[in-house]
Design a protein around this ligand. Structure first.
Ligand code: CDP
Length: 196
């Protein structure tokens, strides 16, 4: 069976949590595509050459999750040639037997426009900044909010594959939802599509 779930949205909207829950519930493979851009940024060198030579084990590095890595990732992610170098890996992951969930910024719009289920997970910048600030356990909330706004502007404003909801995506605003509520809504959509 091939079955692709595309989950897009801005930083800290809840994509990762929802994707992992869906993958577990429905036995799907999961790719957090942000890790590709994070790995390119953290490995350094010429970003295009690094993206072309990226290996699956690079995604397992333990230094990819920091706020700085996310910031650096959004800079290399604005380069069209970097995105092009990472496209086929994502598409072949999406086609794998047994089905897959991919989360990122352009999965429903560019990488997998034919995805079976498309979700655009979002939340207000204030709510997302508060989540990131609590996760980080350090720094000031105002600084994190400024970073969230900057990253949104960069991701939405870039010329190539800007962050936006696909026309046929279901928008899930998690600003006032608990994790369990958000996951339940996403699960219902996938279950309906799979006929379960
Ligand atoms: O976890 P968080 O949402 O903060 O970030 P991420 O999903 O790991 O993505 C980090 C950065 O990579 C984003 O700000 C985007 O600029 C970029 N990215 C992208 O352009 N396309 C994707 N499919 C995934 C991430």
């Amino acid at each position: 069976m091939q079955f692709t779930v595309a989950i897009d949205g801005p930083a800290a909207a809840g994509k990762g949590t929802i994707s992992r829950a869906l993958a577990q519930e429905f036995g799907l493979a999961h790719l957090d595509t942000g890790l590709l851009y994070r790995a390119v940024a953290v490995k350094g060198g010429d970003p295009v050459a690094t993206a072309q030579a990226l290996l699956p084990e690079d995604l397992a590095r333990d230094d990819l999750r920091s706020l700085q890595a996310g910031e650096a990732a959004s800079r290399v992610a604005a380069m069209a040639e970097v995105r092009a170098a990472l496209t086929e890996f994502q598409r072949s992951f999406a086609r794998r037997e047994g089905g897959a969930v991919l989360d990122g910024r352009d999965i429903g719009t560019v990488i997998c426009p034919q995805a079976d289920v498309k979700l655009f997970v979002t939340a207000s910048p204030e709510v997302r900044a508060e989540r990131r600030w609590k996760e980080a356990g350090e720094g000031s909330y105002d600084d994190v909010l400024a970073q969230v706004r900057d990253r949104d502007a960069r991701d939405q404003g870039r010329a190539d594959a800007p962050l936006c909801a696909a026309d046929d995506a279901v928008v899930l605003d998690t600003s006032t939802l608990s994790i369990a509520e958000a996951v339940a809504q996403a699960r219902a959509l996938v279950a309906a599509k799979l006929g379960r």
